[in-house]
Write a protein that binds this ligand. Sequence first.
Ligand code: BES
Ligand code: MN
Ligand code: ZN
Length: 485
Amino acid sequence: MKVEITDKDEKGVSCDALILPVFDDEREPYREIDKELGRSIRGVVSSGEFKAKHLDTCIIHTMGRIRPERLLLMGLGGRRDCTDHRIRECGGKAASVSMEHGLKVLALSTGTLRRHGLSPVPFAEGVGLGGYRFTKYKEAGGGTEIEMLSILSAEERGLSESIEFVRRSTETVGLVRDLVNTPSNDLTPSGLAGFAEGLGSRRLKVKTLDSRDAAREGMGGFLSVSKGSKEEPRFVLLEYRGGRRGPVVLIGKSVTFDSGGISLKPSEGMEKMKYDMAGGAAVLGVMKFVSEMRLPLHLYGILPATENLPGGSAAKPGDVVRTVSGKTVEIISTDAEGRLTLADAIGYSRRFNPEAIIDIATLTGACSVALGNEAIAMMGNDKELMAMMQKASELSGERVWQMPLYDEYREYLKSDIADLKNSAGRTGSLVTAGYFLKEFAAGTPWVHLDIASTAWSDKDRPCVPKGASGAGVRLLINFLKEYIK
Ligand code: BES
Ligand code: MN
Ligand code: ZN
């Protein structure tokens, strides 16, 4: 999708639809335009057909009386409730309604927003997010992509930069959604590594370790997960050196399919476990974005990519493995595989002397038991980093909720024969997963984001069509922006 800022006026802009945001208490919105249209807007408002509640829409044909072919009235709801978050959702809704009707060229009127001190930027962001469709496996011709969004506004300080920022970040979200929606037969660990290598450039270095390299590094946790699969694991390392700040390490869980292994998952819903690499995909997206936008910091990305399958050579409950850090882990459940891969990634990353480690992972089913699908669970060992993440959460609208890592949880993970066990069972399993990782971060400032709750949506939402959401991408981008301030 192209986005332009233009000082053309509403009546004179050629487009399939002119989007007109309306508050719910306006009785004669857009009077100037409405005069040309024989009072059609007032008609749908006074008849109650269009109430301008948040996310209400109404399409009116202009019959050639002005340049836009249609008006898309977009309900903002109440003036007092109107936040950037709600405006973003309006953008998302406007995108899906437009796509349903095959409208590809859009223009956005910004006067109403402006008069309330509101920015059109989140609206444009919403259009970018809500306009996504996954069409790779559908016969061609099914989808109508939005080609253009013209923002009707005078150029003002910072506007085009902000628009370019959200255009690129939403594009990145689309790329990440594509990766996560892709089934595991088409996105194997080596496929994911290949994709990462394709992102490599002079500024973004990419290096991949295979299973022999990983064995040499002592990654017994990571390798134990991969043993049941014929697909070779790949430990992908990305490095972007854009400045002296940092280094910051981003680690993304990259289990391209999680069957549970010998601790096999129930078959119902197992098809969704292709999304167990959503953390890794988010990290790839963020690395690409950061290197293209040349943010001034030193950043590493790590994707320990593997499948988790049962088989004659798979790891078994009761097995003990040795991780990079030297700590041994007793495998209670082969389905608690993510933390084994992350333990080695965290352990490995400490050689970079990171200022901060952020991991992002679809780590526990308990995450959605606790939060539904409305927030990312955050844990960590550093207040300042978590405060920055909260700030990024507000900026991005990606909700984050902090969970505790009390010392008492250490008990839960005690093994009779090894340093730790990988599962403490159901009790507190969201936080014991976090606590397990904390043991490997040791003294390094670290934040854990469990996106099992938000990385997949079972229903259409204004800014997230059903399927992979791209969770964490905009959160992490905003986090890094905060970090370098
Ligand atoms: N990938 C799953 C977590 C998950 C479940 C993500 C559902 C998204 C939706 C993870 O590897 C897992 O299986 N976790 C187990 C841990 C348990 C065995 C301690 C879980 O949450 O059930
Ligand atoms: Mn699992
Ligand atoms: Zn998993």
